[in-house]
Design a protein around this ligand. Structure first.
Ligand SMILES: [Zn+2]
Length: 84
């Protein structure tokens, strides 16, 4: 494991893990996006990405206030398909 990788916390399970194994997302103008850039970013681990969409939505609703277009019906698809 890369010792130089910064440690980040999964917003769902609160596990601390190297950044390289977490999926990074960011919120710009209330919409979840992927990749690097401005905006508030958060991390999810692979295990949490397998959770039910409704659970994921609840977690993100709590973490990110006023997210626009966060629909449980396509949330998981969005999180899984839009990789960095
Ligand atoms: Zn997690």
């Amino acid at each position: 494991m890369n010792k130089n990788s910064p440690i980040r916390t999964c917003v769902s399970c609160k596990s601390k893990m190297p950044q390289i194994i977490l999926k990074r997302y960011r919120v710009i103008s209330g919409v979840i996006q992927t990749g690097k850039g401005d905006g508030r970013s958060f991390y999810l681990c692979d295990k949490c990405l397998q959770k039910d969409e409704k659970i994921l939505k609840k977690i993100l609703d709590r973490y990110i206030k006023s997210v626009i277009g966060l629909e449980a019906s396509n949330l998981k698809e969005k999180l899984l398909n839009e990789q960095c």
